[in-house]
Design a protein around this ligand. Structure first.
Ligand SMILES: Nc1ncnc2c1ncn2[C@@H]1O[C@H](COP(=O)(O)OP(=O)(O)OP(=O)(O)O)[C@@H](O)[C@H]1O
Ligand SMILES: [Mg+2]
Length: 573
């Protein structure tokens, strides 16, 4: 007898469901998209325990009659397309006729709905893919769906779900994306009985404010590029860039999607203005003819295939470049980081001491102090006999060291110094400093969930964070080294950066937090330094490992050999 068997219906259903429903956020995505397709103007989402226990989505859309309300749970049952031909011109978010069947296969559903023109509504109960009951009920026009006990009959999937907070963060992300794509729909989210997010109908920019925060929204630059491909939306100036790509939103014909080529085109358009490894904040709508984009690529419908992806990428690049060049970035006090072409990075650890023999500016008193103050000069190893020439644009320290011209990026160098000492302190067990006045920070819902998720790990790093009301946290302690040099606003900025680390393992997380703390406590570019400070920094560098780069890998020291300069000026061949 052969080995091949046809799988039973229950197994087939579960396999199919697995493709669509990965976690509570997938359920929320599918239900909200159904509400949008049903022309709802108000969609209220409410979840319990990150959506693991219960998800309720209520809309005021067109609703269903009693026949459709039952048919909706059949696999491949849809009102949105009729034949394969329709697949090449999809204008709705759904089209596979699989979402409700998939969700129903792995949960317990109550659906209550009434359509315009129906006297009475219907309530359908579904459990593990089977219709358990259906009855007539009185209810408003629209649809309300309650999904309970997700994956109750698929233990492997149930175990795979993460903590309530992590799952909730995903739910909030899904909702934020839809809220950005549909500013005219009133979308709200409640978690465990508390309103965490609400985006009433608004124009595009205000809507971005509701979702991403007004501080970002008010600085955003409009993009409007009307060509064969239409790109509209808003981008943030370079200094708002984030460590994660989660803040770059692409909406193709109303559908929020993920696409690495579009993301690369967006990053490239910023040119050297954004540091490597960081991502712009952007909400870009890409409108193309429905026939020129295939949405039937993946069961989750979050990827699409363009007939001509290169022209879409080109349009994004042009649109963003145009918007950036029209915006007067400098007038708003922004800085543009241009990538230096670095001839070579070298450095020598020769032992000896730093001597300040010459100063371009009249700082005689300081100089005298320096020479007398042995403490500053002792123990210096590198750059023996170096002459301090001064500071360039209050950003680079210029030294002449024998036959070498040395440029030190004061921020990069000090960042490395701070990072190494924070790392050492962490290794030995942090001494946290209680803040006299705790700092209260209000966050966006998904950030709030993420930060609380990290709170235990942060405690190990000397940062104490507690929940303090709706989307608000209280920071009561920070590592001593941070508390000593950072004010309230800087500590707030550190916390905001920590949220943006994204999904990483414990060690990487610790390391990233140390880098963030190092960056915020380091001397800044543009800061004027006195000679004593320069000498102290050089000495600190002498006692620091890996001093030739900052913790992010940017060069901290660049050395030009005299012979190189001579070659540049064609003094020698
Ligand atoms: N909130 C709703 N309001 C009105 N009709 C709905 C709603 N949700 C689902 N329906 C109806 O039920 C059908 C099945 O929904 P389901 O989500 O399973 O499939 P779909 O949206 O057509 O395709 P996809 O699987 O891609 O989401 C829909 O085509 C729609 O007619
Ligand atoms: Mg659907």
């Amino acid at each position: 007898m052969g080995k091949i068997r046809i799988l039973d219906e229950d197994t087939v259903r579960k396999i199919a469901a697995g493709e669509v429903v990965e976690r509570p956020a997938s359920v929320v995505k599918e239900l909200v998209e159904n509400s949008i397709d049903a022309s709802a103007t108000k969609i209220s989402v409410s979840v319990l325990s990150g959506g693991k226990k219960e998800i309720v989505v209520v809309d005021n859309g067109i609703g269903m009659d009693s026949e459709d309300a039952i048919l909706a749970f059949e696999r491949h049952a849809t009102s949105k397309i009729r034949s394969a031909r329709d697949l090449f011109g999809i204008t709705t978010l759904g089209f596979r006729g699989e979402a409700l069947a998939s969700i129903g296969a792995v949960s317990k559903i109550d659906l209550t709905t009434r359509c315009e023109g129906c006297d009475v509504g219907v309530r359908v109960r579904v459990e593990a893919g089977k219709i358990v009951s259906s009855e007539r009920v009185g209810c408003p026009v629209g649809t309300s769906i309650r999904v309970r006990d997700l994956f109750f009959n698929t233990p492997a999937r149930r175990k795979y779900m993460k903590s309530d907070r992590t799952e909730f963060a995903h739910v909030a992300s899904v909702l934020m994306e839809r809220a950005l794509a549909y500013p005219k729909i009133n979308i709200s989210l409640v978690h465990n009985g508390r309103v965490v997010f609400s985006a009433p109908p608004a124009d595009d920019k205000v809507n971005i404010g509701y979702v991403l925060g007004m501080d970002v929204a008010k600085n955003m630059i409009e993009v409007s590029y009307i060509n064969d491909v239409e790109i509209t939306g808003f981008i943030a100036p370079p200094q708002f860039s984030r460590k994660s790509a989660d803040w770059s939103f692409f909406i193709v014909n109303g559908r929020p999607i993920k696409n690495s080529s579009l993301l690369n085109a967006l990053i490239e358009a910023y040119g050297g203005m954004i540091e490597k490894g960081r991502y712009p904040v952007a909400v870009l709508r890409i409108n193309v003819a429905p026939e020129s984009v295939d949405v039937n690529v993946h069961p989750t419908k979050i990827y699409v295939r363009f007939a001509d992806e290169r022209s879409v990428c080109r349009a994004i690049s042009n649109a963003v470049r145009e918007a950036l060049s029209n915006a007067d970035l400098r007038a708003k006090g922004e800085y543009i980081i241009k990538h230096l072409s670095v001839p070579q990075i070298t450095g020598k650890d020769v032992g000896g001491e730093v001597r300040v023999e010459h100063e371009t500016r009249p700082v005689m008193i300081e100089q005298k102090m320096l020479v007398e103050d042995k403490k500053v000069l002792d123990g210096a190893g590198m750059l023996s006999g170096a002459i301090y020439l001064g500071q360039l644009w209050n950003t680079y320290i210029l030294l002449q060291a024998g036959d070498e011209f040395v440029l030190i990026d004061q921020h990069a160098a000090h960042e490395r110094v701070r990072y190494e000492s924070l790392k050492e302190a962490y290794r030995r067990g942090y001494i946290a400093q209680q803040l006299i006045e705790p700092i209260i920070i209000t966050l966006r819902p998904n950030e709030f969930a993420i930060l609380l998720e990290y709170s235990d790990k942060l405690k190990e790093l000397g940062i104490s964070i507690e929940e303090f009301g709706k989307n608000t946290v209280k920071v009561s302690a920070v590592p001593t080294i941070v508390g000593r040099v950072c004010g309230k606003d800087e500590i707030r900025a550190i916390i905001e950066d920590i949220i943006r680390i994204g999904k990483v393992d414990v060690e990487t997380f610790a390391d990233e937090v140390l880098k963030i703390a190092a960056c915020h406590t380091a001397i800044r570019a543009g800061e004027k330094l006195d000679t004593a400070r320069v000498a102290a920094l050089v000495e600190e560098m002498n006692n620091t490992k890996n001093r030739f780069t900052c913790p992010h890998g940017r060069p901290a020291i660049i050395v030009f050999k005299k012979s190189e300069l001579e070659r540049m000026f064609r003094r020698r061949k």
